[in-house]
Each structure stands twice: as C-alpha cells, then as structure tokens.
Design a protein around this ligand. Structure first.
Ligand code: ADP
Ligand code: MG
Length: 248
C-alpha cells in the first residue's frame, strides 16, 4: 500500500460571506503525525478554516482532503466526525451533572441515549481505555467528581479526553488556553504534545507562551490566507508577520 502523504490537505480554498472573503485562496498541508499551531490576528479566518475542515461550512471553491483521498467537501459534519476528525470547540460541552467517569463513558459508548449509555455494561477493555484516558488528561484522582465541580482547565481536559476516547486520527483544537491560568496553559501544551505521540494535532491559539511550549511548526493566517509558515523563531522575525501583529 502507498504511504499517506497528507493527513489534511487544503488547496485554493475560498469562502465568502456577503462578498467578504473570510478565507482567500488558502492552502495548508498537514503531514501524518504532525503537530501544527495556527496563529493569526482576530478575524484572520482561523475558526472559519476549522468550520470548513469539519463540514460545518462549505467552501465556495477549493480542495479539502483527508488522508489524501477523502474529499471532505462531499461529507457533512456527522460523517466527518465518524471519519476520524475530532474537533474541540472553545466552549466545553461536558455534562456538568455527570461525573468525570460518566462523561468519558458516554463519549466512549455513544451519546444517542444518555440512559442507555449509562446502563450499558462496559467490557474490561472499555474500562481500561477509560482509565488510560483519565491518566492522560490528569484526572485519574477525580473520577467520581461531578464535572460541574472541575476547574475551567480540567473541564477542557475532560473534553479533550472525550474526543480522544472516540479514537480520531486528526484532532482539531480551537483556542484551548482561553480563560486558563498560566499553569493550566502550560499543562495543556504538554497534554497536546503527549496526544501528538499517536494523533495528528492542529491547534489554533493566541497565547504565545503556549505556542512556544508546543515547539511545533507554525502557520500564520492573515486575511484568510497563509502569511508565513515555519518555526516560531523564523516566522516571528518575518517583517510581514511583525507588521500584521504590531503595525497598526
Ligand atoms: P478568527 O477565528 O481568525 O478570529 P473567523 O474565522 O471567526 O476569524 O472570522 C473571519 C472573518 O469572517 C471575520 O471577519 C468574520 O467576521 C467573518 N465571518 C466568519 N463567519 C461568518 C459568518 N457566518 N457570516 C459572516 N461573516 C463571517
Ligand atoms: Mg476564532
């Protein structure tokens, strides 16, 4: 079998809202196993790009491919999640009245019916998987705590755990550090690096300490296109990047 070239490939993608190009001839190539940070000023098109990848928004033109051969523009949001693309939104969607364990259990066995999921008898392998994810997200000592009693950061980690337990190949994360303490921000960067050991990860974030801690290739979006791409030390010295961030 041929080796996969790209986990995610966007080429010439444009999306207008009322004549305004939120995404303008955007190209992006994420290799299998990569950890990629996406930065850019407010309104650069970062969330719209995530919406296009996950099928929430259709591009006007352009290619959006997953694992080389899957044309994501032909699939809807639910299909794309089932294909193996997990998306973490800014706002956590954990169920606050359920415990940490129950939230993971629901994510693992499916959320079609809360009641049937909770009465579903887990296999030993499923219990083991929940335990693995609990230690990954640092909540192994909080299993029976109601999610509503977690800190903001812990809720975000639980949500990431709920995505990981569904076994995606590609994880998309939009502004995970928003509202976090400095300590939580650093722990989140470490968590995503750990997740990157066996998942491809694309993360949008503003927080520069977080981006530094990720220590990954960076793509700078501006006005819906790629302005610069490379190591943070290189892109942050690029005069065009400096102008976009500081020049106005
Ligand atoms: P970012 O996430 O980088 O801050 P967004 O992708 O949210 O940027 O937005 C990019 C631009 O597209 C902004 O100017 C925003 O106002 C516009 N935009 C995004 N979604 C819509 C929409 N549904 N309708 C109209 N304009 C939109
Ligand atoms: Mg955004």
């Amino acid at each position: 079998p041929e080796e996969m070239q790209s986990m995610l490939y966007l080429n010439g993608v444009t999306k207008s809202f009322d004549g305004f190009k939120a995404i303008n001839n955007l190209s992006l190539d994420i290799a299998p196993g990569e950890l990629r940070a996406i930065i850019g000023p407010n309104g650069a098109g970062k969330s719209t790009m995530m919406d296009i990848i996950t099928g929430k928004t259709r591009p006007d033109v352009g290619e959006v491919r997953f694992r080389d051969s899957i044309d994501l523009t032909r699939h809807d949001e639910a299909d794309i999640a089932n294909l193996g693309i997990g998306r973490k939104f800014q706002k956590p969607t954990v169920i606050e009245s359920l415990t940490v364990w129950e939230n993971l259990e629901l994510a693992l066995v499916g959320t079609r019916s809360v009641l049937s999921a909770l009465f579903h008898k887990l296999t030993p392998a499923q219990r083991e998987r929940i335990d693995e994810v609990l230690s990954l997200i640092g909540l192994a000592s909080r299993t029976s705590l109601e999610a509503g009693n977690l800190s903001h950061g812990q809720k975000q980690w639980l949500e990431i755990g709920m995505l990981i337990i569904q076994g995606p190949e590609l994880l998309l994360v939009d502004e995970p550090a928003a509202g976090m303490t400095d300590q939580e921000t650093m722990e989140t960067a470490a968590l995503l690096k750990e997740i990157n050991r066996d998942h491809t990860v694309v993360v949008v974030e503003h927080d520069m300490d977080f981006i530094k801690a990720l220590d990954s290739k960076v793509t700078v979006l501006h006005e819906g296109s790629v302005l610069a791409e490379g190591r943070l030390e290189v892109v942050s010295a690029d005069p065009r990047v400096i102008e976009v961030y500081l020049g106005r």
